[in-house]
Design a protein around this ligand. Sequence first.
Ligand SMILES: [Zn+2]
Length: 398
Amino acid sequence: MRQTHFLNARLADGTLADLAVTGGRFSAIAPAANAAAPPAGAVDLAGQLVLPAFVEGHIHLDTSFYGDAWRPHIPCTDGFDVRERVAFQMRSLEQAAPMDERAKNQLELCVGHGSLAMRSHVMVDAAVGLKHVETILGVREKYRELIDIQLVAFPQSGILSSPGTAELLDEALKLGCDLIGGLDPASFDRDVNGHLDVVFGLAERRGVGVDIHLHDGGTLGLFEIEEICARTAAMSMQGKVAVSHAYALGDISADTLARAGEMLAASGVAIMTNAPGNHPFPPVAALRKAGVTVFAGSDNIRDSWWPYGDGDMLNRANMIGYRSAFYEDRELEAACDLVSHAGAKALGLEGYGIAVGAKADFVALKAEHVPEAVVAVPRERTVFRRGMLVARDSRMTS
Ligand SMILES: [Zn+2]
């Protein structure tokens, strides 16, 4: 079995270690030996910090224009409106470059920065049918050696308000999507139970997890989160359900938030945030303290929802830390956790981390420790997949 050695790797605890990788997994982690005759082919990391490869917990591979022509953002006519944004998106996509090209551009951007696991939502509705799912499944297959991708069958145009979508979602799961998505059951479909009946019904029938886009704020959004938690607990789906965005958690009182945190932790529902600039977003520290799994994603990159995003999850950790006023080392470490270990937990990844037996998917970068990595976001870094170099300085090597 192929064995590779990495010398002088700085671990999260600050110590220097030599790492051995056998058959794509860490087979030994020992204090740096500074041996006079290192093993043949050994890679000297020269004291660089080694982090487990980042987890991109929420992205849209089908709707990004990254690498395509620049498309100026069109604002909503009267404040943020999901339905209007979806209409803008449909118009923009009609003029976009082929989807597989755009998806590959975005994937390579993410891998280049060190994300080797990803969850992408893929649009399913009566207008596009399964076209997006089929294309992105093809892209996933081409990149399977390089990155692990989970796909969410995502009803971007609602379920009840887009007749035929429930059947298409079922087909998407049969084709290979790993999770069933949802979208604002109240404000979009105006039928919380009807929407969640379809989502959780499909989850049960196909044995898949759930990841719901929830932009609804305040008590309405909180009510939907309560319903999602209740169904998750009733179906014993702890650890398999996530709510993406959950803006409501960012605009409720501290007492209400404390109760919501307890409920989310008890029912095993994870929360994804990208700390968007124009919305209240879930209070990361309070939720983590309550025992909630909070993870992160880029969400949209250069698409019709907004022009921002660079596919760098370390930069995302920086943004979330900045918006959360994380200054202390332990807080900066928490920001990094959102894009690494917590993300792996939310996605249910096997063999994650810098540990003997774990998959040797890691990033080496110039930083003294995790807090410095989060604030400095070094672009100079190398990315290894199963112990093999796949990217250097934010670009894929092959
Ligand atoms: Zn999204």
